[in-house]
Write a protein that binds this ligand. Structure first.
Ligand code: ATP
Ligand code: MG
Length: 592
């Protein structure tokens, strides 16, 4: 059976929903129990007299390889693979590559990569259920001839304008094409000539013959094949006609034995054609019953991001970001570099659920899911992002010692690590105030604080440069106050600050990312989404990290205490010299 993405530890309950209800009802009736499976996709004859399909249900994720996957796709992916896993089914990855001009191998590779990262597995019982719709072109063509032979399709030679004019409107019926009653022979001849490249683009289309007066415009003899003299990334120059998406998609589902074809709401009006087409092809003996059924759900809309491929491409092309995998991009390759986790996406998918209502989800919902998952899974480390020197004047210059810090406050089993302590330390600039504000408990002259996992120190003053900027803080430590020793309890301090030994620190590039857009609906008010770019979405700093971080491997994630969750960048990190990206802060800084 296929393995969907691993469920996060803290949220496995599946709230039932209308899709699950439909599947439950189908399984209870045994609707799909008798289906057979010929080992690979194909028409009825291929599945005939073959063993029962071992998959209780089959779902699919059908991306068009014309761009990178984004956060919205993650929802659809996790839904389809998750359902297959829960019901003892199989989810196929199918590239919907029937449109010859826009598709590229680069996108195929990146989609596979992103889906593997999300934890999807399309292997089951030794078969890889990875398919390309373009591999079905011969069957699609054969089915079209079948429709023609049965009087269910005809070649229309009206111009595009005539066709548009005769389509009618929502309130008026359409008009029959003058070519609607062509004989089967004439239709077949013309269609074969179209196939053989004998006709110009736009001169003829093949249309399903349904009802020009239908209340559903999608049933007014929709086009199913068009002439296109285009090179296809897999099929080469074999074809001069290409199927329309609305014709191709139901057939792809049926050839693959898909039981539940889950798609977004905008396809709801296409469902009658989906059913009409598959019913005809089943009647004509081309497809096995029971036929797949289309079920629609609302797409994921998140505030503060855009997912339109055109706009994302513009961001890349005009260099508003550094590429499709820029950690600020709402692409899955971007999310991966950013440090977001597959489990975080799964948690969000579970939390948001599925519905029939289009709505907006706050971006914080995604961020909170990432925080929750990483709070649980990430080890803690210490990093000073805005370093200021702290000199422990009564600590010997040539000495150092180890302090023990737990790797996870809630998971003792993850053990402790040693952090070197010495006379000169780095602390955060904001942890010292020469003249303390009201309620400030951290370092100021005369005050005592605990250096977390280390000693209690008392501030004795500071050094300044000619311009009056503080360049170092001085303090004295109490040797009997070390954390973890019996003396530690004798000290009570209100302030606790973190630190890194200057002599041992790993000086490191750290990128602090924030939202790419500063408004929840980019472009909505301003009319131009580029005007809503957040000018401070990326800040590069030089930070001082505890030495153990130097050996981090790409994609190692940590909580930097007090700062947030960080990942060693998978692209720019070198062996022994990782650079870190901030995935998300500890708390939501955008809350009003
Ligand atoms: P296009 O604008 O090119 O159609 P697309 O985002 O629909 O782009 P596809 O590759 O066609 O991209 O989408 C693959 C699958 O992902 C489809 O089944 C689609 O319904 C689903 N999908 C796309 N966007 C979302 C979204 N925001 N939420 C949920 N599912 C989505
Ligand atoms: Mg699409």
């Amino acid at each position: 059976m296929s393995n969907g993405p691993a469920a996060p530890a803290n949220e496995t309950a599946h709230i039932t929903n209308f899709i699950r209800n439909a599947i439950d009802a189908d399984l209870a009736k045994g609707k799909y129990a008798q289906r057979t499976w010929g080992g690979a996709p194909g028409p009825a004859e291929k599945h005939l007299n073959q063993p029962r399909d071992s998959a209780n249900i089959r779902t699919r994720f059908p991306p068009e390889p014309n761009g990178y996957l984004h956060f919205g796709h993650a929802k659809s992916i996790l839904l389809n693979f998750g359902l297959a896993k829960d019901y003892g089914g199989i989810c196929h990855l199918r590239f919907d590559d029937t449109n010859p001009e826009k598709e590229e191998q680069e996108f195929v590779d990146s989609i596979i990569d992103a889906m593997l990262w999300l934890g999807c597995d399309w292997n089951a019982n030794g078969t890889e259920h990875l398919y390309f719709a373009s591999d079905y072109f011969d069957w699609m063509y054969d089915f079209a001839e079948t429709l023609i032979e049965h009087g269910d399709a005809y070649v229309d030679s009206q111009s595009a304008e005539e066709m548009r004019a005769n389509r009618g409107t929502l309130t008026e019926p359409g008009k029959n094409s003058p070519f609607r009653d062509r004989s089967v022979d004439e239709n077949l001849t013309l269609f074969r000539e179209m196939r053989d490249g004998k006709h110009a683009e736009g001169s003829h289309v093949l249309r399903a013959k349904i009802d020009m007066a239908s209340g559903n415009i999608n049933l007014r003899d929709p086009a199913i094949y068009r002439v296109k003299h285009a090179h296809h990334h897999r099929a080469g120059d074999k074809w001069h006609i290409y199927p329309m998406y609305t014709y191709a998609h139901p057939i792809e589902d049926a050839l693959e034995n898909i039981t539940h074809s889950i798609c977004t709401l905008e396809f709801e009006d296409q469902r009658p054609f989906y059913d009409w087409l598959l019913e005809k092809l089943a009647q004509h003996g081309k497809l096995q019953r029971p036929l797949p059924q289309q079920i629609e759900f609302s797409r994921l809309n998140l505030t503060y991001i855009i997912t339109s491929k055109r706009y994302l491409k513009q961001l890349v092309d005009e260099k508003h970001v550094e590429g499709w995998d820029d950690p600020r991009m709402p692409t899955l390759v971007g999310a991966r570099r950013r440090g977001y986790t597959p489990a975080g996406f799964q948690l969000m998918a579970d939390r948001v659920g599925v519905s029939k209502q289009n709505s907006w989800i706050e971006f914080t919902v995604l961020e909170d899911c990432m925080r929750e998952v990483m709070n649980e899974s990430c080890e803690r480390r210490v990093a000073v992002l805005d370093p200021l020197k702290l000199i422990v004047t009564n600590y010997p210059e040539d000495q150092s010692e180890e302090c023990l810090a737990p790797n996870h406050p809630l998971k003792a089993e993850l053990g402790k690590r040693a952090m070197p302590f010495s006379r000169e330390l780095w602390i955060e600039r904001e942890d010292f105030q020469e003249v303390p504000a009201k309620g400030y408990f951290r370092l100021f002259p005369g005050n005592q604080v605990r250096l977390k996992y280390g000693f209690v120190v008392k501030c004795t003053g500071c050094e300044k440069d000619a311009a009056g900027n503080v360049i170092a803080v001085h303090c004295e430590y109490s040797p009997d106050s070390k954390s973890g020793t019996p003396g530690a309890d004798n000290y009570k301090t209100k302030g606790v600050i973190h630190w890194v030994s200057a002599a041992h620190a790993y000086t490191c590039e750290v990128r602090l990312f924030d939202r790419l857009f500063k408004t929840p609906h980019p472009g909505k008010e301003s009319g131009n989404y580029l005007a809503d770019l957040n000018p401070n979405s990326k800040q590069v700093i030089t930070a001082q990290l505890e030495p153990s971080l130097k050996s981090s491997k790409p994609e190692d994630r940590f909580q930097f205490e007090r700062h947030g969750y960080f990942v060693a960048d998978r692209k720019d990190s070198k062996d022994g010299a990782p650079v870190f990206n901030r995935a998300v802060t500890l708390r939501d800084a955008w809350k009003v």
